[in-house]
Design a protein around this ligand. Structure first.
Ligand SMILES: Nc1ncnc2c1ncn2[C@@H]1O[C@H](COP(=O)(O)OP(=O)(O)OP(=O)(O)O)[C@@H](O)[C@H]1O
Ligand SMILES: [Mg+2]
Length: 515
């Protein structure tokens, strides 16, 4: 009887102790929330263990009655609210659970003791997850939150069926002061989902999709490989102003979701990159993809026969992606191309039902309205050969001229390839030569790669530039008659406009063609 009395007396004490801890007006430090939580859990455990130990001395019915009465009278009015975030919602996974798991892997607090790490051969980074029972204390706008990961083993079934295996149940418990319920549900939860998306995006391996299959039989489809192009805006030899304009344009594009919606436009942006071979058009596409963390779809038009195939392929592209059509001046000259000898499948020209209008109309119309955050990039070496339909206002939002190497571009390449920054005795001479020579960044880069010794590589570059300059001058002196000399001079000056950008074509609108 003494023992049972003791049990009865200790329960209210234990409960009220927990209640005092939880009802403190503000839970000021991460440890206070944790301590309150631990104390409550401890009290319950102690009561349970005492009940287990001594309870048998009291008859069962009296024991149950006493306990339920005590619970009723002494249950503290807890100010703590706990959200239970289960792993699945019946059939499908719970998005909040997955987001919480990702989010918490970035939040190791002083209370975390054990973490699980893993990595598959395909993954670039380690995956970090909480171990069962682990707690994490988080802060959000001054509010303290306690996370706990709970695992429960399923009860063993009386079944000999080996396939009757029930998976462990897992859930997160998120505890905080009740006063903050609205803020947690209305703003902390969306914040977690967004943060988890960003964290996933950071480690996601970008994909490069290319076309596979037989165009003749129309079973062509996208196949993907990891996009591991190292180009970034830092490593691109481009005039800084031009680079900044492009970066700002991309930034503006991705943050203007609501704007596009409001003005009733599809959330897409088109870029035309033009310039001689080896000036960095493809590198710029890769830099844009790496910057935005967008997948790339490389649409080789020569592999497509019909507009219907094109539509199917375009509809299979994902959101947050860049659709690239390289060398558009060559790729859309389809009838001639298909007639060329050596075009192996023997299809006749009338079999080709792919048209530029099909492409453009679909891109402007249905395709862009079927997805979000689409970027389309055309590249060409000859802007002057492009079909006017491609250049008409509104089609490509930005025309970017990638041009010959400039002194600034050379500095970027010298830093990338040789690690030479700031000063080198040959820089002055090289920069003078570059000003007066038409040399592409690709040619400069190739020369800089010829030796690991920076002096030797730069001397090699001086030789190359002198040779190129001589060739240029000789061409000029080849006895061209006056008109041609003037024309060539004009061309040279034009070419020296090192890279430029035009936002939206300012040409007068041309009459709409029949397509
Ligand atoms: N502007 C640049 N900045 C840095 N590297 C460059 C640049 N331009 C060219 N390169 C180097 O030259 C190589 C070829 O460049 P890239 O393929 O980007 O040129 P391109 O303009 O797409 O040529 P093409 O018209 O033949 O497709 C790149 O792999 C890169 O190493
Ligand atoms: Mg290219």
């Amino acid at each position: 009887m003494y023992l049972s009395f003791n049990l009865v007396c200790s329960l209210p004490f234990l409960c009220s102790k927990s209640a005092t801890m939880f009802s403190s007006k503000e839970l000021t430090s991460p440890s206070s929330l944790l301590a309150a939580y631990a104390s409550m859990a401890g009290s319950i455990m102690m009561a349970q263990s005492m009940a287990n130990q001594f309870g048998h001395l009291i008859p069962q019915q009296i024991r149950d009655y006493l306990l339920s009465t005590l619970r009723y009278f002494f249950k503290p009015p807890s100010p703590i609210l706990t959200l239970v975030i289960e792993e699945s919602t019946g059939i499908s996974r719970n998005q909040v659970y997955d987001a919480s798991e990702t989010y918490l892997s970035t939040k190791v607090s002083h209370t975390t003791k054990r973490l699980k790490i893993s990595k598959t051969p395909k993954e670039k980074n380690l995956t970090i997850k909480l171990e069962k029972g682990e707690k994490v204390v988080d802060q959000y706008e001054g509010i303290e939150l306690l996370w706990r990961l709970v695992f429960v083993k399923p009860e063993k079934k009386d079944s000999s069926n080996l396939f009757d295996v029930v998976a462990e149940k897992r859930w997160f418990e998120l505890s905080f002061h009740k006063n903050h319920k609205d803020k947690i549900l209305g703003s902390y939860m969306p914040y977690i989902i967004e943060k988890a998306r960003e964290a996933k995006e950071k480690v996601r391996v970008l994909k490069m999709h290319t076309l596979q299959g037989s165009r003749a039989y129309g079973d062509i489809k996208w196949d993907s490989v990891n996009l591991e192009h190292p180009a970034t805006f830092e490593t691109l030899a481009m005039e800084p102003d031009l680079k900044n304009i492009v970066i700002e344009d991309l930034d503006r594009f991705v943050r203007r979701k609501e704007y596009y919606k409001r003005v009733g436009r599809a959330w897409k942006r088109g870029y035309l990159l033009y310039g001689p071979p080896g000036t960095g058009k493809s590198s710029l596409v890769a830099a844009m993809a790496n910057y935005l963390r967008f997948d790339v779809y490389d649409l080789q038009l020569a592999n497509i026969m019909r507009d219907s195939d094109l539509r199917k392929l375009l509809l299979a592209t994902g959101n947050r992606s860049i659709l690239v059509i390289e060398d558009i001046d060559c790729s859309v000259d389809l009838p001639d191309r298909r007639q060329a000898p050596g075009d192996g499948d023997g299809r006749k020209q009338h079999d080709v039902q792919l048209t530029l209008s099909g492409l453009l109309n679909f891109i402007d119309g249905l395709w862009s309205s079927c997805g979000d955050e689409r970027i389309i990039i055309f590249t060409t070496n000859h802007k002057d050969r492009l079909d006017p339909a491609l250049l008409r206002p509104g089609r490509m939002d930005m025309h970017i001229h990638m041009s010959y190497c400039t002194p600034h571009g050379f500095r970027v390449l010298a830093s990338n390839y040789l690690g030479v920054n700031g000063y080198h005795r040959l820089f002055g001479e090289i920069e003078d030569l570059i000003e007066n020579t038409e040399v592409t960044p690709a040619q400069v880069a190739e020369e800089l790669m010829t030796s690991e010794d920076s002096d030797a590589a730069l001397e090699g570059l001086v030789k190359l530039l002198k040779r190129k300059k001589l060739e240029g001058d000789e061409l000029f002196d080849e006895g061209l008659h006056k008109g041609e000399i003037q024309k060539a001079k004009k061309q040279k000056v034009e070419n020296k406009r090192r890279g430029s950008v035009r936002i939206k074509s300012r040409r007068k609108p041309i009459k709409r063609r029949s397509y």
